[in-house]
Design a protein around this ligand. Sequence first.
Ligand SMILES: Cc1ncc(COP(=O)(O)O)c(C=O)c1O
Length: 388
Amino acid sequence: MNHPPIVAVATDNRPLVAPIYQSVKFTFDDVVQTQRHSRGEREGFAYSRVSNPTLQQLELTLAQLQGRDACLLTASGVAAVNLAMLSLCKQGDHVVSFAELYQPTRYMIRRLLGRYGVSHTILSLEDIEGIEQLLASTPTRLVMFESPSNPVLKIADIGRITAAARAHGALTVMDNTFAGFHNHGQFDIDVYVHSLTKYAGGHGDVMGGAVIARQELIDAMRTDFIVMGATLDPHAAFLIQRGMKTYALRYERQCDNASKVARWLASQPGVARVRYPGLAAHPQYALARAQMHDFGTVVTVDLEGGETAVNRFSEALRLFTISASLGSTESLVQPGRLMWPSDLDAIQRQWAEITAATMRLSIGIEDVEDLLEDMRQALHQAGRAAPV
Ligand SMILES: Cc1ncc(COP(=O)(O)O)c(C=O)c1O
């Protein structure tokens, strides 16, 4: 009794779409080849937590887009952030953190790295002199930062941060999720992390994360990642690879919509503040223009009337969904109370700039006139619209 034969596709007869290798295990014809593979003497695959062709395809795509040598994939964006930091730090190291960082990243640095003897200092992303002084005075292993920051869209001065880190022997790890793979590749950043759940997957139906860096750093982290085991599933990798086919089109349309939404909101009575790096009124507009190809797809808004107005506006919206996350084809709204920086002290909370009047809009690919019309009626229902 034999297993039925496996269909083999000749090497000169390739599928147009990279296939899913939805297999945990791979085999060789004999023990000698299996041993040669395990000693690293031949190419191939053995076990999908270690490597898998579908994952490797996605790794090549993402590394090339970000302009670096290599990539490691993880089951979520936070796994990418956390595994990179765990793998790069050891007891006694010091990390520079920011009040404006994504909250779970702050949690990881404070609670988890702290438990293993890694200290940290929290600064404001805007305090570039403070960052330079800290790096000059305190031996530091890594600087963990984002730009634009989530959710208030502050812009990091990447040139100065990376120069100071390089001068004082610290590594820079940038969460580049908001700006995307096509941005920030020109900077001397050591490690990029991305949540693939956002623009890469793009359709809100798959989670993943990526760490992208030069070969030597990826090689140094690889075994830790394999052993910690937060591997991406091949089916998820396939969906993300498919998402990447339309990444540029979606991102471009979302940016275009976001800039129109930001400009429209800035002209509305009842809107206290609009934060979008592409608005000339953004305090770091010149820096954003110099660093980025575009300005992202998130618009952060404060309404007059505080939390009540934000809640009414969010609930009155018909095309926007009240939801966490960003980068989907659909527009989303997240009230500030749901992003509350409860781990920060009073001064750090001022730096974080999230108030009960704040809300984050993640703009999708809908017809922008429909989005503006929806926001017009929601402002009206929230009692914030101009009298007609
Ligand atoms: C900047 C940033 N980094 C990381 C993550 C985490 O990604 P995931 O939800 O895929 O774990 C998010 C999620 O919102 C994010 O906004």
